[in-house]
Design a protein around this ligand. Structure first.
Ligand code: F6R
Length: 614
């Protein structure tokens, strides 16, 4: 989604703004721009440079037409209203005002109609009207601050804004409603950014604006006001140095780096939820979730989007099998509009890497309104979901920069399995012996992931083959059914090969009609209690010409010798924790298919990392 960065500084800002934009690239975008307050002889002048496509296009533009000054805003745009071209790129200008925006102004048509007689609009965006409103208010006598406050009061929808105004050379205005925005505190300078990653090279002292807050920044002050325009203080958070370390290192892509980080990131998740020394899950008290009570809960509702939703689908099997706890999984964008029947004695858990996904956040708020207890399982503990829910639970995967989620997925699974075990223990469904067995199996996962990563050369060869196809299928049973969905999603989002995931038993109810000679089918089947059934389904498609890649373990390979075109042999894994290990080959398969096809792996077309619009 769109990214914002702004600096009110004591030295030149252009290079630093562009550096900040590069840190925001991971969010996904299709144009970029900067606006700088240049100190011309006759007074300050606002100048902008914008370019369609990648940031290097903007860098080239700035090299040809240099611009610099001590105050500026910059933006990466992910198009919603109006196509992705230079004209629609931010910053938008109106009179003295330069503005960047993330989110959607829902009432922009009405506002625009109201101004049509006095204003000429240059773009197709929902954003431009906001710049006009501020400028018009100033023309009608309001000060810059009054005009800004008045304008945001007129807007409906979700937005984060950064604004600079000609004649106000020392002021940077910011507002946050629905879309995240952070303030960074510097030495004789202050900053705004969509997240702490954007600000990593500038500041580690971060203030997260709260819902409805707006702010006026100068070089030596930050004044924050709440939605009622009353001055407020917000806490300063020291962000860890690891954010600054969100670099690619020696890896070709962030995605590959993040795939390889998984032994460590899953280990970090485990350290949070498991007491490995005593072979048990941590108690709610130890997790600082004192009142979290699974024992008396009637139902859990897991809400998420995309990959996070697939992690939630896997968790449904775990909560039901390990804790006898009825569990629903809902795609967040469907949840709140279908008016779900919610039982009061249930808890909603939002699963989200970013903690900012607009649909998941809206669903979480819906549950809160209906009186449910809410929890957020997030990677960003400073995110809106973490702050607004009753229980904030981290996955501790560290910054995930590749748009396609990998390490956040395995950490989500790890945390959800730990929570399912914990609820099983609390509900008396798991005895001490079983708890020991399950937690011991969990502690093996980082090692098993390392062993599975060693399959990369084999997977790379298979991926070359896969990259030649136009359609692929993934299938699995039980906890490996959602993993099949995730495998297909990974492949399509980064390689653009059409792929579908199915419950293995479901193909013969329709999709098998698509199988013909050579159709690739990836079968996820460790040697567990469902193995024989999955193999029968595998044979049904193999008989019809499917080219099978079987992902299994040694026992599975021994039982299927000669049946598959290729067999990837993962280490033997205890059945509950298997999906965390089996996620690795499906990630590597998609990664290498995409690399072979030469796509933009870390920023696939049309996709955004943090989807802050509905
Ligand atoms: C796919 C992917 C997306 C996200 C989804 C939810 O690889 O990353 O499907 O999982 O947009 O995002 P979060 O987890 O931030 O709520």
């Amino acid at each position: 989604m769109c990214g914002i960065i702004g600096i009110v500084g004591n030295q030149a800002v252009t290079d630093r703004l562009i550096e900040g934009l590069k840190r925001l690239e991971y969010r996904g975008y299709d144009s970029a721009g900067i606006a700088i307050m240049e100190n011309a002889v006759s007074g300050s002048v606002l100048s902008r440079r914008r370019a369609e496509g990648k940031i290097h296009n903007l860098v080239e533009r700035v090299a040809k037409e240099p611009v610099d000054g001590n105050l500026g805003i910059a933006h990466t745009r992910w198009a919603t209203h109006g196509i992705a071209n230079e004209n629609n790129a931010h910053p938008h200008f109106a009179g003295r005002v330069g503005l960047v925006h993330n989110g959607i102004i829902e009432n922009f048509t009405q506002l625009r109609d109201g101004l049509k007689k006095v204003r000429k609009f240059q773009t197709q965006t929902d954003t431009e009207v906001v710049a006009h409103l501020i400028d018009e208010a100033m023309k009608n006598g309001a000060s810059a601050q009054e005009a800004f406050a008045k304008t945001i009061g007129q807007l409906t929808g979700a937005f984060a804004l950064g604004v600079v105004i000609e004649g106000e050379d020392q002021q940077l205005f910011a507002a946050r409603r629905g879309s995240p925005l952070a303030i960074g505190l510097g030495d004789g300078e202050n900053y705004i950014g969509s997240d702490a990653i954007a600000l990593a090279s500038l500041s580690q002292k971060i203030i997260y604006l709260e819902e409805g807050d707006w702010a006026v920044l100068t070089t030596d002050s930050v004044k924050i006001f709440d939605a009622d325009n009353a001055p407020v203080e917000r806490p300063i958070t020291m962000v860890s140095g690891s954010l600054a370390a969100a670099e690619k290192g020696n890896y070709k892509h962030y995605m590959l780096k993040e795939i390889y980080e998984q032994p460590e990131t899953v280990g970090r998740t485990l350290t949070h939820y498991i007491d490995a020394f005593n072979h048990r899950v941590k108690t709610p008290e130890e997790l600082e979730l004192e009142t979290l009570d699974f024992k008396n809960l009637e139902r859990v509702t897991l809400i998420a989007c995309g990959t996070a939703a697939y992690a939630a689908y896997v968790a449904k099997y775990w909560f039901e099998q390990l804790a006898d706890l009825p569990t629903d999984v809902d795609i967040a964008s469907e949840f709140r509009y279908r008016r779900p029947a919610l039982s009061q004695n249930s808890m909603a858990i939002a699963v989200s890497q970013s903690g900012e996904t607009a649909d998941t956040l809206a669903a979480l708020r819906y549950c809160q309104k209906k009186g449910l207890k809410t929890a957020a399982l997030v990677n960003q503990m400073t995110s809106t979901m973490a702050r607004e829910s009753d229980y904030a639970m981290p996955i501790n995967a560290g910054p995930e920069i590749g748009v396609a989620s990998t390490k956040a997925f395995t950490s989500q699974l790890t945390a959800l399995l730990s929570l399912a075990i914990s609820s099983g223990v609390q509900r008396g469904h798991i005895d001490k012996k079983r708890e020991t067995e399950l937690t011991d199996a969990l502690t093996q996962i980082p090692r098993l992931i390392t062993e599975t990563l060693a399959l990369e050369p084999e997977i790379e060869t298979l991926a070359h083959d896969l990259s030649k196809t136009e359609n692929a299928f993934y299938m699995g049973r039980g906890v490996h059914f959602p993993l099949a969905l995730e495998g297909a999603l990974k492949l399509k989002e980064i390689s653009y090969i059409h792929a579908e995931g199915y419950a293995a038993g479901e193909l013969k109810h329709g999709p098998i009609a698509l199988i013909e000679e050579g159709t690739p089918v990836v079968v996820i089947a460790p040697y567990d209690e469902l193995f024989e059934k999955t193999v029968s389904n595998m044979q049904e498609v193999a008989t019809r010409g499917a080219k099978i890649t079987l992902i299994t373990d040694e026992k599975g390979a021994a039982h299927t010798a000669g049946m598959a075109h290729a067999t990837l042999v993962c280490p033997e894994t205890q059945s509950e924790s298997a999906p965390i290990v089996y996620a690795i080959p499906i990630q590597l398969l998609a990664y290498h298919a995409a690399v072979h096809l030469g796509t933009d792996v870390d920023q696939p077309r049309n996709l955004a990392k943090s989807v802050t619009v509905e």
